[in-house]
Design a protein around this ligand. Structure first.
Ligand code: NAP
Length: 254
């Protein structure tokens, strides 16, 4: 399914099977991109997103890989190289939180899981994308958007300072990689969502906390996955051609 010059190129969205990632995947397709929809466990959800993209007439592929597992990430990129048009962008969206805890209640196993998926996974996926996008490697350039969080500047005390710190690492990673690649045709930015209405809160037992916080939010509502996706797609687009190393808050004033 390799395209001729001028045809669609591929955006890889990690964690593209639901929530913010699914919204990004669909919006990229609406803008004319082929999309690789990565997921960890829920194949049916990823397939549903892929079907919607194919319904728009664009190539799409569901690609399973736990982003914290290097071998699985390498296999995912190899499948994308084989079955989809050349890569033009990576959205490092896959991320997890754990149940509410203070530091004195956090096991090393929990800390490793958070940092392995949120930080190491983003680094390894970006590394493989850079090998395909950077002009230094013979690529045609492109863009990377990392999914950070408002938690990176709030710290999330008593809930998940591990998650907040992992997103702080993503912010610093974004600043450094943006400058590393600035002369190589690859822009790197991050989006920092506030509280967004997705399943992440229920799956980690934070649903009630989210509902209780909503009246305290500046806009008196949570954001939507599509509102975050709009910012991501802009950062991926040529309209953001001079924007790199930016940390874009999509947090409703929080
Ligand atoms: P979500 O609804 O829980 O979706 C998470 C996605 O990531 C799913 O597609 C899931 O796939 C995938 N995933 C989980 N672990 C993975 C792994 N190890 N490897 C590959 N894929 C994995 O989450 P969301 O709310 O859309 O959040 C997406 C991103 O936005 C995350 O980085 C999160 O930290 C960030 N964010 C969210 C909010 C918010 O309020 N929702 C706020 C700030 C930042 P499976 O279902 O197959 O596991």
């Amino acid at each position: 399914m390799k395209s001729d010059a001028g045809g669609p190129r591929t955006v890889l969205v990690t964690g593209g099977s639901r929530g913010i990632g699914a919204a990004v995947a669909l919006l990229c397709a609406e803008r004319g991109d082929a999309v690789a929809v990565n997921y960890a466990r829920d194949e049916a959800a990823a397939d549903a997103v892929v079907e919607r993209i194919r319904g728009l007439g664009l190539p799409a592929l569901a690609v399973q890989a736990d982003v914290s597992d290097e071998a699985q990430v390498l296999a995912m990129f190899a499948r994308i190289d084989e079955h989809l048009p050349p890569l033009r962008a990576l959205v490092n969206n896959a991320g997890v939180v754990d149940v509410a805890a203070r530091l004195d209640g956090m096991t090393v196993q929990r800390l490793r899981r958070i940092f392995d998926i949120n930080v190491l996974g983003s680094f390894v996926c970006a590394r493989e994308a850079v090998k395909r996008l950077s002009t230094r490697h013979g690529g045609a350039g492109g863009a990377i958007v990392n999914m950070s969080s408002a938690a990176a500047r709030l710290g999330s005390p008593n809930i998940y300072i591990d998650y907040a710190a992992s997103k702080g690492a993503i912010d610093t990673f974004t600043l450094g990689l943006a400058r590393e690649l600035a002369a190589e045709g690859v822009r790197v930015n991050a989006v920092r969502p506030g509280i967004i209405d997705t399943e992440i809160h229920e799956t980690s037992g934070h649903g009630d906390r989210l509902r209780a916080q909503v009246p305290e939010l500046p806009m008196k509502r949570a954001g939507t996955a599509d509102e975050v996706a709009q910012a991501v797609v802009w950062l991926l687009s040529d309209a953001a051609g001079y924007t790199t190393g930016a940390l874009l808050d999509v947090a409703g004033g929080r």
